[in-house]
Design a protein around this ligand. Structure first.
Ligand code: DGL
Length: 272
């Protein structure tokens, strides 16, 4: 059977990644799963995020995926390693699960001239220290500062991200991170929801600061992965098909998801 590439997020955020995957690799089939019924993940415990993520990965495997991308930083930070090391060998030794943190950290150090990188993410991602640990593996001399932005995901989920109220919370966290390290010249949007806030983030930042959104980085990294792993690539469907699943109401997903994906979406409800 031709396998779709599974793309998982707690909700809508991963659609900002899927959009770039489709742009870079349009020939493949993709199956998106948003666990909207249980989002947000960003404030949940390690155990809960791990348990939810594993269930969703298993669901995508049952739907025929051979490769699943955790297009969610929180899930990548809190669940990926355990799934790769403990679960995969038992449940699906020939299938693969990849995250979004590693590809970002592999290259971000090259962008900073002041050798200071800021990470903006959910509380879960920041507390996990995953970005700090991973960046230091590739760039030991880079200073990494972090800022949790717990209000940013709700702003997006409630479609308030373009409203005037959003400016307050966006400015607050950008000011905070630049106060911690004024020499920061590179900021990572370490949450797949944050690209939707890009206009306002730019508005409140000095022009010299580079902003790294993950979509393109992940798309390049997937292309490279598929070239290096023909045993997975050969199993991937190549009809350019897109399918969307949500654990919550599919009509609401269609409406909100279209904003993230910048194209109309028709989704199906699925039960975890
Ligand atoms: N999109 C998720 C991420 O990249 C965060 C959303 C949530 O809190 O569920 O971290």
């Amino acid at each position: 059977m031709a396998a779709p590439i599974g793309v998982f997020d707690s909700g809508y955020g991963g659609l900002s990644i899927l959009k770039e995957l489709v742009k870079e690799l349009p020939e493949y089939d993709y199956l998106y799963l948003g666990d909207n019924a249980r989002a947000p993940y960003g404030t949940r415990s390690f155990e809960t995020v791990y348990h939810y993520t594993l269930e969703c990965v298993q669901h995508l495997f049952n739907e025929g995926c051979e490769l699943v991308i955790l297009a969610c930083n929180t899930a990548s930070a809190k669940a990926l390693r355990t799934i790769q090391q403990k679960d995969l060998p038992l449940i699906a030794p020939n299938k693969r699960v990849l995250g979004v943190i590693r590809p970002t950290t592999e290259m971000v150090g090259e962008l900073s001239k002041t050798k200071t990188v800021g990470i903006l993410g959910t509380s879960g991602t920041v507390q996990s220290e995953s970005y700090v640990v991973e960046i230091h593996k590739f760039f030991p001399d880079i200073k990494v500062v972090q800022e949790a932005c717990p209000m940013w995901v709700p702003l997006v989920e409630n479609n308030e991200h373009k409203g005037d109220g959003a400016d307050y919370f966006i400015k607050k966290h950008l000011d905070n991170i630049l106060t911690k390290a004024p020499e920061t010249d590179t900021l990572v949007l370490g949450c797949t929801h944050y690209p939707l806030l890009m206009d306002k983030i730019k508005k409140h930042l000095p022009e010299n600061i580079k902003i790294l959104a993950q979509g393109e980085v992940i798309a390049h990294s997937l292309k490279d992965y598929l070239q290096r792993h023909p045993e997975i690539e050969n199993k991937c469907g190549k009809s350019g098909k897109l399918r969307f699943l949500t654990t919550d109401d599919n009509l609401i997903f269609d409406k909100m998801g279209s904003i993230f994906f910048e194209k109309e979406i028709v989704s199906e409800h699925c039960q975890m």
